[in-house]
Every structure is written in structure tokens, then in C-alpha cells.
Design a protein around this ligand. Sequence first.
Ligand code: HEM
Length: 516
Amino acid sequence: MLDLSQALLLGLVAAAGYIMYRGSRHDPREPPILSNRIPIVGHMLGMMWYGVGYWTMQAKQKASYSIFGIDLLFTKIYIITSPELMQSVQRSKSLSLDPLLDLAVLRFSGITNKQTLDLMLDASSGGQGFAQKLMHALAPTMIGKSLDQMNIRMVRFMTPLIDELGDKSSVDLYKWCRDAITDASNDTMFGPMNPFKDKELSDAFWDYENNLGALVANALPWLTARKPLKAREKIAAAILKYHQSGGVEQASELVKLRHTSILGAGISPEEYALLETPLPTGFLSNTVPAAFWSLYDIYCRPELLNDLRKEVELNALSIRTNGTHIIDIGALRGRCPLLLSTFQEILRTRTMSSPTRYVTQDTLIADKYLLKAASLVTMPSIEMGKQPEVWGETANVFDAQRFMKGVASETRPSEREPRRLGGFMTFGVSPTICPGRHFASSEILGMVATMILQYDISPVCGTWEEPEKFLSSLVSIMTPVRGAFPVNVKRRRQYEDTKWDFHVEEGKGQFPLVIG
Ligand code: HEM
């Protein structure tokens, strides 16, 4: 249904496009520009209604084209449905994600100071590209020792949250995942003085996150974006206080690196607080729905649930002399192939990602198609990640064993290594691959493994009917949920009076996940 943020997306596209568009006409070397049934404004209306999900819908409807364009009045978007063409996009240096990151500085953070903008914005906007360099510099803070520290802190926080779930007989599973992942992740990232400990502030964060569309549209924001503006003000004030009271000293390497770099570049503490306001979107907006769908897709398949319980019990569970049951995160990674494969299959089937790049100059891809400067090019994963030439005839079937090397299954007789061209885009496509994927995997799989052993979960309504989805999110590619999903929770008899904990072995935190 059309909501305010979707309607305002029109404003975004029109405004951004007006600035970017050079008034170029269609060049015969460009991909075909396909029209909508409603002339001129049809695609614009489509985007108003469906948000960025419209690109995926178009890709589905026009899958016989390997690439085509749609005209959004002031800019063009080229939509790619062929894995081979996607490779050309990955190889091209003039198709870049970086200019799109300006959106975070300008709209999500609301920075207006000219000097700071000159420093932060991408070179294509006349800036020095500091925001982009900082983003790409974060990868080392999410592997090795820093990852171990993050995992240790996260599991310490997660254990009591999962345990407390058994005290409730029913719960909204999406809200529970949201709150558990939010609390555990913010505590991991910001340390003991985590400002989001305050429930009011963590709720304010979700008000902000759910309404980023209105901030981006920036059309009479005092009227149309009151909620996210108010939330942003609250969050920035809390982060400023966190900085002033030295909270960063005990934070994760990621938060410390951003703090040192931003303040070291001469940016004021007030602007630092604004720049950090959208930071949790990076580690929450995808992890929360991915955790929910992981539980949903496993619990709704009783046979798979049973197999996974056996695998985890056999390979990743140990019992201390005092009776505490320990789940070993390293063993989930190395000795539970079905769990790891199931997780990747859930990511493959639940993602609605569409990696998008800005065309910085006229670019010829595959020696054939001209992409005009100042346009966008996008690669919807739903179409590409499910193509028979990538995944075989079973592309549209949920196959929990798909990612198990050397294992043939009913739906997939081949024993080929499952890493295939353009096949798996949930963590991005080269050269921009998500550096947080190992942390996200520990967090989600640690939670899932303990939950499936401890609890039976069933929907209150009696059937596994999918809840309403929030398809026009600007920051999540994991199909977040808009509605509630009430479930009954029951402790399993064999583990009724059991204490649970996790074991994190240093150097074992990186998951061997398939990437695009
Ligand atoms: C299931 C959870 C997650 C998914 C599906 C996911 C997905 C992605 C994707 C698709 C990209 C690339 C964007 C593009 O090319 O357009 C990305 C980038 C990134 N992700 Fe994640 N992410 C997840 C969790 C996390 C977590 C937990 C963190 C932090 C701990 C994180 C940090 C980042 C960062 C910093 C980048 C930017 C890298 C760069 O530009 O060099 N992500 N993520």
C-alpha cells in the first residue's frame, strides 16, 4: 500500500534525477528503454507504490531481456538480469557505489556544514570522499581478534535473552528478534556505556530506521518527516553524551576507528554524533530480518528442524561438569554443514537485494551496451540469484542442502561446488562484499542453534502464514516484517531445567560463506 515514505520516494528520485540528469537522449548503443503502460509517469508511479522493490518486479516481468532501462523522467535506471553482464559491472571502475553513500551523510545524518560536506562527500559531488574511505576502511575491524572480541561480548549478552524467552508462553517473534539482536549488537558495538541500553532510545532508533524514506525525500521535512527528525535528534544527543563521558574507550574496534577518524579529521563532536546516528542500520537492518526468517524457515519445516537439532547436539553441544550446556560457535561453523547450508539457502531465498551502482561516466559494458553517465544500474538478486543457469532446474525450490559441498540431494543431483557466477548476492557483489557477514553469522546461528534445542515454537494462528512485509525499506535487503508474528513458545522437556552458555574459540569466527 502507498504510504508517506513511498510517496516521498518520488520526490527523492525527481530531485536527485533533476540534479544528475544531463538531458541526454537515447543512444542506439544503450540498452532498450522499456515503457510502462501509463506513458511518461508510469515508472515514477510504480516506484511511488512499490519503492525500490519496483526494480525487482520489472526484472521479473522483463526477464527475457538481459539488460533494459526504465526512464524515471530525470534519470534512467538500467536493470540487469544476466549474471554475465553483472560481471562486467563488477569489473568496471566507472560504475561505483561510492556516490550513493553521500545519501547517508546528506539525508540520514543531515549534515549541512559546508566544510564537513566538502570533506565527506564523494569526488563525483565535488568532495574529498572521506565518508567512502572510512566505510571501506572498516573491514579489518570485523575479522581476527576484533571479531573474536565482538563474538564474546555478543554471546554473553544473548544467553540471558534466549533464556528469558522460556518464561513467556507466547511472544511476537519478529519483535522479539528485533529487540534481542538490537540489544546484543548495540552492546557489542558501543560497549558497556552503550547509549541504546535505554529502551526509549532503541525504540527511537527503529522509528528513525522505518522512516528513512521521508528523510531522503526531504520534501517539507518539518511536516512530512517529523518522526525520524525527532528520533534523530534524540539519538544524536545520546551519542554526544556517550562521547563526552568517554564511552568510546570501551567500545568495539569499529566504533573506536570511526570515532578517532572522524574527530581526527577536524569534525566537531556534535557532527560526529549526527554521523553515527545511522551507524546501527549497518549491523541491525539486515541482521534482524535474517534472524527472524532463519527461525521461521527452520521451525516451519519439522523434518529439517529435527535434522538440525540432531546435528547441533552431536557436533556443537557439550555439557560441563556443573551441567551447563555449551554451544560452540566455532563448531557451528566447522562441524554443522547442514546448519550452515540451511542458513545460506534462507539468505538466498529471502533476500530482495538489488546492488546498485552510479554511472560516473559514459561506460560500455560487455563491449556492447552503453550506460550513460549520471544514471543508475541495478542488479536485482531475486531474478539473478534464482536463474536455472546458476542454480539448475531447482533454482526456485528451497533446498537446505544446496550449499553442502559434495552432497547430492533430491532436488540437486549435481555434486558441484555451489559457488557459481552471479549466484549469491546477499552479502553484496565483488568488489563490495559485506565485511560484517562473519559477525552476523555468529549472532544468528548462535541464536538459532540454542533456540532450536531449547524450544518448540508454533504460530498462535495455527498455520505458518507469512506476516506482512515491509517491502520499501531503504536500508534492508532481507525482507523486514511490518506486522506481528505471534508464536507459542514451549521449553522442550529434555532441556527444561538446563543452564545454557556459548563457547567462542579465538581465531574461529570467520564463516566459510559463499559470496558473489
Ligand atoms: C545478514 C546480515 C547482513 C547482510 C545481508 C548484509 C549485507 C550487506 C551488503 C549486500 C553489502 C554491500 C552493499 C552493496 O554493495 O550495495 C554490505 C556492506 C557492508 N556491511 Fe553488511 N550485511 C549484514 C550484516 C552486517 C553487519 C552485522 C555489519 C557490521 C558488523 C555489516 C557491515 C557492513 C559494512 C561496513 C558494509 C560496507 C562495506 C564497504 O562499503 O566497503 N553488515 N552488507
